[in-house]
Ligand binder design. Structure first.
Ligand SMILES: *Cc1c(COP(=O)(O)O)cnc(C)c1O
Length: 430
């Protein structure tokens, strides 16, 4: 499989090159030259396969000949070795729980798959690879956990001091080994600025083989379509589901649309957004206009210019195509809170703020479309957002055992001023 840049000004590359580069030299996102289509029989038989088998079958054509099948098998097995159960919330709404991975958020699958691919490609690379990543919280933890102990890869994570939650900081800083955490005395934007400056610095690039662990990387994006196949495996109704996806950078929903293009039965996609409503407004007006980011309680979706919008458009051809398959709703923080409280009271199911946005949008849709039923992608464990969720339900959330052990670990971190000269010295002295 070859990948082309959606800006059309860079040469086509293999999966290997696309993974190592992240973004095309012309600034475009990579996109596969063709999308495999499976027939009805395949979609029936897939229900009987194991998660790892499905991952292997689905990813093989996208990887092509740049990896032996034995290696891809191993990577697939390691990537999806946790549960992703479809749980009934009420009569017509189900939750696909994607938070049973090591960092309790859905980004684990993409981060694990990408880290293992990069690790494999790095072994043919004498210098080793340095992954530089700025995080506002969730991405860094998933990347750190995914890359831990991957030979030939060193990860440097920059995070804003005092602006990530305690759990998130522990997930970034307690690994040690090949994971280096830099606590920047500044904002997330400062972290991102330092990372961008390093990428643009020829002297740095001479010393390091740098790559990013950005969500636009095809190795992170493509495996996310697996969630939708696993949901289908567990779907028992005759009618295809309406699927509501809590969306920020639109990587997750774009991966769902990829599965749909491969033949997955889906009735309708809902792009559930918080007050960052660029996509919701696009569907209303046919005009895409990026906006300043607004801070909300579902902060992993606080994105004012979703990178993967171009992939959504490419997958569905044009505005008309998008409008036919995807609808969108923007849900306020106050509706998010009342949804968490109501769902907990009525159905004894505790949503996190991101899942609650998706639930609210789906509930509204189903009210207008009686007889249909649907799935909410629950992308994070509510305990990750305990300070926001606990006051809403008036109860403490029980810590999963996985998290409790985190608190016993030592933090390994280096403080860093938000100053590129200081950061550069640090990198060059390593
Ligand atoms: C990243 C994230 C999202 C948004 O996913 P996108 O692929 O960026 O649309 C939603 N929920 C949680 C918990 C996340 O971490």
């Amino acid at each position: 499989m070859k990948y082309y840049s959606l800006n059309h000004q860079s040469p086509d590359v293999s999966f290997r090159e696309a993974t190592i580069q992240g973004q095309a030299p012309d600034g475009g996102l990579y996109f596969p030259q063709s999308i495999p289509v499976y027939n009805e029989k395949w979609w029936t038989e897939v229900k009987l396969k194991s998660k790892a088998e499905i991952a292997f079958d689905l990813m093989s054509p996208y990887i092509g000949d740049v990896m032996e099948s034995q290696t891809l098998h191993r990577i697939c097995e390691e990537t999806v070795d946790f549960e992703m159960p479809l749980v009934r919330i009420n009569n017509n709404i189900f939750s696909l729980e994607l938070f049973h991975g090591p960092t309790l958020a859905f980004k684990d699958v993409g981060a694990r798959f990408m880290s293992r691919c990069l690790g494999y490609f790095a072994t043919n690379n004498t210098r080793g690879v340095t992954v530089l990543v700025a995080t506002s919280g969730d991405t860094g933890g998933a990347v750190a956990s995914g890359f831990l102990d991957v030979p030939g890869v060193e990860v440097i994570i920059l995070y804003p001091s005092g602006r990530v939650s305690e759990v998130q900081e522990l997930q970034l800083t307690t690994h040690g080994k090949n994971i280096i955490a830099l606590e920047v005395s500044g904002s997330f934007d400062d972290c991102q600025r330092l990372v961008k400056a390093a990428f643009a610095d020829a002297e740095i690039r001479e010393h390091f083989f740098l790559t990013s662990a950005n969500s636009i990387n095809v190795a992170r994006w493509l495996p996310q379509q697996l969630y939708y196949i696993y949901a289908w495996q567990q779907w028992l109704n005759d009618e295809p589901p309406v699927i509501s996806v809590p969306s920020g950078n639109f990587g997750n929903i774009a991966a769902g649309l990829l599965a749909y293009k491969s033949g997955l039965p889906v009735r309708q996609f809902i792009a559930a957004c918080n007050s960052n409503d660029v996509f919701t407004e696009y569907l209303k007006s046919a005009i895409y206009q990026s906006k300043e980011t607004v801070a909300t309680m579902s902060n992993a979706m606080d994105v004012g210019d979703p990178s993967n919008f171009v992939r959504v458009l490419r997958l569905l051809d044009d505005y008309k195509g998008v409008k036919e398959m995807v609808c969108s709703e923007s849900v306020s923080d106050s509706d998010t809170k009342s949804t968490i409280a109501e769902v907990y009271r009525k159905y004894k199911y505790l949503l996190d703020p991101h899942g609650a946005v998706a639930f609210k949008a789906l509930e509204n849709y189903l009210m207008l479309h009686p007889g249909m039923s649907g799935i909410v992608l629950e992308t994070a464990h509510p305990v990750k957002f305990a300070p926001a969720v606990e006051p809403v339900i008036g109860e403490k959330i029980e810590m999963p055992a996985k998290l409790l052990t985190l608190f016993e670990n030592k933090k390994w971190k280096t403080k860093m001023a938000p100053d590129y000269a200081v950061f550069k010295d640090y990198l060059l002295s390593r």
